[in-house]
Design a protein around this ligand. Sequence first.
Ligand SMILES: C[S@@+](CC[C@H](N)C(=O)[O-])C[C@H]1O[C@@H](n2cnc3c(N)ncnc32)[C@H](O)[C@@H]1O
Length: 223
Amino acid sequence: MRMRKKKHLEDRLAACAEVMIYMQNQNEFAEDPLKDELFFDSMRVFGNDNPLHLEIGCGKGQFIIELAKRNPDINYIAIEKTPNVIVTGAEMLMESGMKNVRFCLGQAEYLHHLFRPHTVERLYLNFSCPFPKESYAKHRLTHTRFLTIYNEVLKSGAEIHQKTDNQRLFEFSIEHFSANGFRMQNVSLDLHKSGFEGNIMTEYETRFTQMGLPIYRLEAINP
Ligand SMILES: C[S@@+](CC[C@H](N)C(=O)[O-])C[C@H]1O[C@@H](n2cnc3c(N)ncnc32)[C@H](O)[C@@H]1O
């Protein structure tokens, strides 16, 4: 079901301008090489060059805000393509006054247009849309198409942390991580019973856990 557009969405996003980054879309990148000034600049945005961690498909941002609170020496950017949901996170962030997080309205497809090669140290994929129809497999955020893009921006040895309730997506992800040379560690088929410490629940994780579903988790290491 399509979510109804929130009231005053544009005004609300505009009021959060200081915590927002806007990813350029593909058409604005007709030139080759890409314009240097359009790349993300940690010093300009955060005033430091602390390690950079991303979340893709952050939804309303509950996870990233809590993670950033726990790790003030890491810079976080939470990317989401849907303005209707990202606005909630951006407003929470404005209220919190935290300095080490930004929300980015944009698509994983254009990640390499925003981040310079090999500058990102970790990437979180939490409850990514499973796109169950095979004809939509290329939209899954762990499809080889995306892993190739992530490889461009991730440092060597960087980690992708994935959580999902969807067994088929988890299997698919393992296949694609493997085929692209990622090594996997800390693989869990039931995260909440695994003894894993420090887990931060996302909005979808809370929902699925209340339904009694197991949560799958893994860490994939960039080759
Ligand atoms: C199922 S929700 C999960 C939200 C949140 N991570 C959680 O666990 O509560 C997946 C989110 O990913 C976003 N998304 C899907 N494909 C995306 C893409 N290619 N780039 C950026 N965001 C995407 C959707 O808009 C949606 O908000």
